[in-house]
Design a protein around this ligand. Structure first.
Ligand SMILES: Nc1nc2c(ncn2[C@@H]2O[C@H](COP(=O)(O)OP(=O)(O)O)[C@@H](O)[C@H]2O)c(=O)[nH]1
Ligand SMILES: [Mg+2]
Length: 379
């Protein structure tokens, strides 16, 4: 090897940090090492770092990334304890780098890191503010999408997203994008962190609008492990919209929690009406059964809707979650009855007392279950 070659190599090995690739992970252990290899192939020996943002996976994903990081300083890990959610993981990772450009991509190999270089060039040139990979652009494909319904959902959401961002996007739900880090930091406080559609949130809140460059993505099958998300792209999108426009006044989770609670009342009354036969099933038993059914229904629906980004799954997690949810509701019911009785005794009209009781119980249940069932103390 000539001296020049050596010099070229040395220079390549010491290029300043230019791009951070943020990879949110949840049980992706087997995908980490192959991903680092592919990033190296795509981006060369230096000038980049990978930030794995792991939500304390059970399978040792964070350990695996740290193991590689011990001999490879380009590999970094943020291990989040007691927090969950793809959007907030992406935001946290993007805010944790000194690189002037930042990309977000999935760690499961469905996104092709070979696109990163061209995406970086597009934004670096100053011609575009954000580059992203689209499954539906000409030349891309969505074969890796797990279901037809999901593909259809994506198309509906795209049409809505076009209205929202004023930008023609073929794949608004994409999770693979790149932008200048200072642009992201400027917007970080206004991003919702709820749901999965972080790129859309960035595009919708940017002032002025961002100029977007699309790259066709051949969406691959995931390498190993399982998908954590499910099919409700439209639902995510709706939650994102609510948060965007109403979040200032009512936290979107609390609103959803309230809606679910309202439906629970219907379920309760329906069950009660169906099984209460004064001669055979007494009121107490019927009421207790209706309460259990309504609570179970509310737990299930909240898990599916209100906390879909932190969803519990698996029999054991579901059982403990349900138990804790019932506990939270019992405490709420107690507070409800205690306060309402007191107010009524003090002379407040009966329905006023009841409403105050219900309001207290909903805030209480929300606060308790958001912390203990789906939040910080979930395990
Ligand atoms: N940190 C973090 N990463 C997540 C979470 N949910 C999903 N991910 C990661 O986000 C990426 C996309 O998730 P995936 O389950 O493949 O979704 P799908 O491709 O839409 O089926 C993968 O790298 C996941 O490991 C989460 O709650 N927290
Ligand atoms: Mg995936």
């Amino acid at each position: 090897m000539s001296l020049d070659d050596l010099q070229t190599r040395a220079n390549a090995a010491t290029r300043p940090l230019e791009l951070a690739v943020v990879l949110p992970t949840l049980n992706e252990r087997g995908n980490i090492a192959p991903m680092v290899e592919r990033l190296e192939q795509a981006l060369g020996p230096s000038g980049w770092e990978a930030v794995f943002v792991d939500d304390n996976s059970h399978d040792g994903t964070a350990e695996e990334a740290r193991r590689i990081g011990q001999t490879d300083p380009r590999i970094r890990v943020i291990q989040r304890i007691g927090r969950r959610g793809l959007a907030s993981a992406a935001i946290e990772g993007m805010c944790a780098t000194a690189a002037p450009f930042v990309a977000v991509m999935d760690a499961d190999h469905q996104h092709d890191p070979a696109l990163l270089k061209d995406m970086l060039e597009a934004v670096k040139s100053g011609e575009y503010d954000l580059a992203y990979a689209s499954r539906f652009a000409v030349g891309g494909n969505a074969d890796g999408l797990s279901s037809k319904g999901r593909e259809k959902g994506s198309r509906v959401a795209n049409a809505l997203a076009r209205k929202l961002t004023g930008t023609e996007l073929t794949d608004a739900m994409s999770g693979f994008f790149l932008l200048r880090t200072d642009q992201l930091r400027k917007q970080a406080e206004n991003l919702s962190g709820i749901g999965f559609k972080i790129m859309l949130d960035i595009l919708a809140t940017a002032e002025p609008r961002l100029k977007v460059k699309e790259f066709p993505l051949k969406f691959a099958e995931r390498l190993t492990g399982e998908s954590k998300l499910d099919h409700g792209v439209v639902l995510d999108f709706a939650a994102g919209l609510i948060e965007r426009y109403l979040g200032r006044w009512v936290p979107v989770r609390f609103a959803l929690f309230g809606v679910v609670g309202g439906l629970g009342v219907f379920v309760h009354m329906a069950v009660l009406a169906a099984i209460y036969w004064p001669d055979e099933v007494g009121f107490g038993l019927a009421q207790a059964t209706a309460t259990m059914v309504a609570m179970t229904f509310n737990f299930w629906l909240n898990n599916l809707l209100t906390y879909r980004d932190k969803k519990l799954s698996g029999a054991q997690d579901m059982f403990w979650g349900w138990l804790k949810f019932c506990g939270a509701c019992a405490a709420g019911a107690f507070a409800n009855v205690a306060v309402a009785t007191l107010l009524e005794q003090k002379g407040l009209v009966w329905w006023g007392a009841a409403l105050v009781g219900v309001a207290i119980a909903s805030v209480w249940n929300y606060a308790l279950s958001s912390k203990f069932v789906w939040g910080r103390f979930r395990r």
